[in-house]
Design a protein around this ligand. Structure first.
Ligand code: AMP
Ligand code: TRP
Length: 332
């Protein structure tokens, strides 16, 4: 059986990278697979947070999922902390994860920065919790952006280590699904840095809640180079900022970079940016309008999460029992 699991952290606002690299693909996949989409609130505790802001962010990310087109009736949509199996399985998997594997994780190195001694244990074991998220449901496919590939490989290794240790074929090997042109959307200020929630400059990203004027302003201010758009993808790839804008245009219009160039080669950036603003506004403004509508009724969002959580728990509890039996934990 094929089952998808994916998630996003409720850390501040979602941006165009989250939408094009993940959400938009999830929306397409919901018709082909049984899908579980999670708001990974426990992961959000690995960085500094304020309780009242976190609570609102959980609702905001839920609203973004639904506004982007994820059907909460058809799919399971819930927040991680409501299903206790995630934290429980995290512990069991942590007992099968060599430190050497965790020491290779580049995201930890980036996030911990220079003060590694002060980094918290939760940030270090972030990838084992992510493996637990996926394996708790025995998910077979995991759609994510390129930056999560290493974590997915770790989840596969941990699944294998568990199966070998206990001599079982319990966990499937989850496949990463890295889809489309937009696997890595870059900052609008620096074409070599990924678009990120944690970038200090709000001009580096387009947020899903930005209004049309803000989107237009950010696109117009986006860094470019003086040349007009080239004819070929090969020429484009030497120009990170130009490549990024063409990639965004391609992803928003469901076309390839080559198709975008076929239409816009020779254009100056002033003209191309105008066209990009039009497509960005026409794709994103319905999503932000729907998000705002949903957020005006918090009880409804909480109801969606509660329902998803009950459904997730049903699968998780069953698998957790089986896992405890395999591991030798008595269930009197
Ligand atoms: P995060 O915001 O780090 O929780 O990421 C949520 C999802 O969005 C993950 O699947 C990421 O791979 C994806 N994502 C985040 N930033 C980008 C980006 N700049 N380009 C493409 N995908 C991204
Ligand atoms: N680490 C992922 C990110 O930052 C979020 C995440 C947590 C996730 N658990 C997951 C993604 C399980 C896919 C599957 O984007």
């Amino acid at each position: 059986m094929n089952r998808i699991f994916s998630g996003m952290q409720p850390t501040r606002q979602l941006h165009l990278g989250n939408y094009l690299g993940a959400l938009k693909n999830w929306v397409a996949l919901q018709n082909e697979y049984e899908c579980i989409f999670c708001v990974v609130d426990l992961h959000a505790l690995t960085i500094e947070h304020k309780p009242e802001v976190l609570r609102e962010n959980i609702r905001e990310v839920t609203a973004a999922y639904v506004a982007a087109g994820i059907d909460p009736e058809k799919n399971i949509l819930f927040n991680q902390s409501t299903v206790t199996g995630h934290a429980e399985l995290n512990w069991i998997l942590a007992c099968h994860t060599p430190l050497g594997w965790l020491n290779r994780m580049t995201q930890f190195k980036e996030k911990a920065g220079k003060h590694r001694e002060n980094a918290v244990l939760g940030l270090y074991s972030y990838p084992t919790l992510m493996a637990a998220d996926i394996l708790l449901y025995k998910a077979t496919h995991v759609p994510v952006g390129e930056d999560q590939k290493q974590h997915l490989e770790l989840a596969r290794d941990i699944a294998g280590a568990f199966n070998r240790y206990y001599g079982v074929e319990f966990f499937p090997q989850p496949e990463p699904q890295i889809m489309g042109e937009a696997t890595r959307i870059m900052s609008l200020r620096d074409g070599t840095k990924k678009m990120s929630k944690s970038d200090e400059s709000d001009y580096s990203r387009i947020n899903l809640t930005d209004d049309a004027d803000t989107i237009a302003l950010k696109v117009r201010k986006a860094k470019t180079d003086p040349e007009p758009l080239p004819e070929t993808v090969e020429d484009l790839e030497k120009r990170p900022e130009a490549d990024n804008l063409v990639t965004i245009y391609a992803a928003l219009t469901d076309s390839s970079r080559a198709q975008v160039l076929a239409q816009h080669a020779g254009s100056q950036f002033s003209a191309f940016k105008g066209a990009l603003v039009d497509v960005a506004v026409s794709k994103l403004s319905p999503i932000s309008a729907e998000m705002n509508r949903l957020l005006s009724d918090k009880a409804e969002i909480d109801r969606i999460l509660k329902k998803g959580s009950d459904r997730a728990n049903e699968i998780a509890a069953k698998n957790m029992d089986a896992i405890k039996d395999i591991v030798g934990l008595l269930r009197p």
